[in-house]
Design a protein around this ligand. Structure first.
Ligand SMILES: *Cc1c(COP(=O)(O)O)cnc(C)c1O
Length: 361
């Protein structure tokens, strides 16, 4: 009998297996640390969400959830001023994005996304065997819209982009959408609540635009897994057809109930986002005083480098101080750190540690 400890499949078996280099999420340390490494929100979800959780009747869990997630799509439609049939929800925006890749990227021509961007795009392209090309961001890490004028099988980019944190105004987004009327353009707005206007406003005008958002960052609910997208009803119908061919019940009863409450808690949402933006702008000034260079972040994280300190070394030294940030290593971003905006207190501790590290040596 084969040893069970043998971790390689025999080549005869292996040739039938779909293999992929998976996306590597940031660490989730199980001890108490200052956690600025995965762009979670440092503030709790709205009190209304906590109440919905407490009042959740366990008996309800006997039943399957509403497969159409009507209450949640309805709440989102009201909030964004669109029709219910323009909203699709999923288990975090990663689920929504993965369904979008499967549904809309089916061409022999390559899809386009920036060379420096959310690393999951490449993973899905490879998993689903979608050809892709990655136009280079310019030296300031800006997208160049002309790169997206060539023939392609679809386009996806985040706005603001990650991990660069840079936001492009709506006329820039519209230009790309308008130059690509015959393919689907997906704008991943995971951080738009910290930035500016959403491209949702353009979905009334363009049937080839899908805007994806998440409850994980601005709504403090990464652990609940809720994401959604908004677009033309015909696009949403195609997405639903694929989703129902895959798993009819992606959204749990609990996620549906909490999601609705989170959408309704508009005042709390705005206050939380405001606090994070204020801390971010303060943090930029602190960074400058320590000699860091940073992109003009419009997100809940900072993308920084120090001209004299190696990023990998800084990452390790901060970790020793029990402060976790994100370091990507390799490529154009090898000298950068991505630092999530924490509470004002957490950021104070971060800067105290950075001061010790930078001035000590
Ligand atoms: C965080 C993030 C997502 C995914 O978030 P979910 O937790 O799956 O909703 C998608 N795109 C970008 C650019 C992100 O930063």
């Amino acid at each position: 009998m084969m040893g069970m400890e043998e971790m390689q499949l025999r080549p005869e078996l292996m040739r039938h297996v779909r293999t992929v280099d998976p996306y590597v999420p940031g660490e989730q340390p199980q001890t108490k640390v200052i956690k600025l490494n995965t762009n979670e929100n440092p503030y709790p979800p709205a009190p209304q969400v906590a109440r919905a959780l407490q009042e959740m009747d366990a008996d309800k869990l006997r039943l399957y959830p509403d497969p159409t997630a009507e209450e949640l799509t309805g709440a989102l439609a009201d909030y964004y001023g669109v029709k219910k049939n323009q909203v699709f929800v999923g288990v975090g925006s990663d689920d929504v994005l993965s369904m979008c890749f499967l549904t809309f990227f089916n061409s022999d021509k390559p899809i386009l996304f920036p060379d420096v961007t959310y690393s999951f795009y490449k993973v899905w392209a490879e998993l689903y065997r979608i050809p892709y090309e990655c136009p280079r961001l310019d030296v300031g890490f800006r997208l160049m819209k002309e790169d997206y004028y060539k023939e392609n099988g679809g386009i996806i980019f985040p706005n603001p982009n990650a991990p660069t944190a840079i936001y492009e105004e709506l006329d820039f987004v519209e230009d790309i959408v308008a130059h690509n009327r015959d393919v689907v353009v997906i704008v991943d707005e995971a951080y738009v609540d910290f930035a500016g206007r959403s491209a949702i406003a353009l979905t009334a005008k363009y049937d080839n635009l899908l805007v994806v958002q998440t409850f994980s960052k601005s709504r403090s609910m990464a652990g609940m897994r809720i994401g959604f997208c908004i677009g033309h009803p015909a696009l949403i119908r195609c997405l639903n057809d694929v989703k129902f061919s895959f798993n009819s019940y992606t959204m749990s009863q609990v996620a549906l109930a909490c999601g609705v409450e989170a959408v309704k808690a508009e005042r709390y949402f705005r206050e939380t986002v405001r606090k994070i933006i204020d801390t971010r702008e303060w943090a930029k000034r602190e960074l400058s005083q320590l000699g860091f260079e940073w992109t003009d972040s419009r997100t809940n994280f900072l993308f920084v480098r120090h001209p004299e300190k190696d990023a990998g070394e800084l990452f390790e030294l901060l970790k020793k101080e029990r402060i976790y940030v994100r370091y990507f290593g390799g490529g154009r971003t090898s000298q950068y750190l991505r630092i999530t905006i924490g509470t004002q207190e957490e950021m104070g501790l971060l800067f105290a540690a950075l001061k010790r590290i930078i001035q000590d040596r």
